[in-house]
Design a protein around this ligand. Structure first.
Ligand code: ZN
Length: 243
């Protein structure tokens, strides 16, 4: 690991426009598990097998809003989660002018909480919620405190999290901005994702810079393209790099 850390330090020193692309593995050290690990209960409730993807799909949200919000509040919202060493290191490198943007598949807002200034949230954020009828804004606490399906006190409309559900399209503006950041980066660091999930695998192809770094516990489909591959816990890696 020491050689890898030394090499990553050199790459960071040699870079002035780093973009970080992160997946679920970035937040696990903050106590946010992959939602796919907790769906057994719903197989019982609905008396059939429901996949995690189905539970947070648009059609499930429309058809079973009570179950959707029960699962959502229990497994997708973590109001007490704090940024870990990966979030903190990226925010520090942002302050140093090294990291110009973070592109994330996570919906927990922890990069902003750590202090990163430019964050493209491909899948939205649990911190933002909107009334489907009058578009009034509500925070995460409002949704958590609601009884069952959250409804707008102003008009009675349903309040929907600003999270991209399965079957829903990504926000074009966010994707475009992320592509633009990646296309202009001199270094792209990808962490905490196996790159299987769309659109991660596609975005990487816009990178034309000098150094591609992959940090993930297991190997990924892009390992052969990378200058540096570190198969380790991403929090530990950044802790060591910033020491
Ligand atoms: Zn409303």
């Amino acid at each position: 690991m020491n050689n890898n850390i030394e090499q990553l330090r050199k790459i960071i020193a040699d870079s002035n426009n780093i973009v970080f692309f992160g997946g679920a593995g970035v937040s696990t050290e903050s106590g946010i598990p992959d939602f796919r690990s907790a769906t057994g209960l719903y197989n019982q409730k609905l008396d059939r097998n429901v996949s995690p993807e189905e539970l947070i799909s648009h059609s499930f949200y429309v058809r079973y809003p009570e179950y959707f919000f029960e699962f959502y509040k229990d497994k997708l919202i973590y109001p007490d989660a704090e940024p870990n060493d990966c979030h903190k290191a990226l925010a520090e490198l942002d302050r140093q002018g090294k990291v110009k943007a973070v592109v994330t598949q996570n919906i927990d807002g922890l990069h902003q909480k750590a202090g990163s200034q430019v964050v493209y949230e491909l899948h939205g954020s649990t911190l933002r919620n909107y009334c489907e009828s009058c578009h009034s804004f509500y925070d995460e606490k409002f949704v958590l405190a609601s009884d069952g399906v959250p409804t707008c006190p102003k008009c009675g409309g349903r309040v929907k999290p600003d999270v991209v559900l399965y079957e829903e399209g990504l926000d074009d503006n966010v994707v475009e901005a992320a592509i633009n950041a990646i296309a202009h980066a001199d270094t792209l660091i990808i962490g905490g994702t196996t790159l299987i999930v769309y659109p991660a695998a596609g975005l990487i192809h816009y990178f034309r810079g000098k150094h591609l770094v992959l940090i993930n516990k297991s190997s990924t489909s892009a390992d052969s393209m990378a200058d540096l591959v570190i198969n380790d816990n991403i929090g530990q890696v950044f802790r060591a790099v910033m020491e």
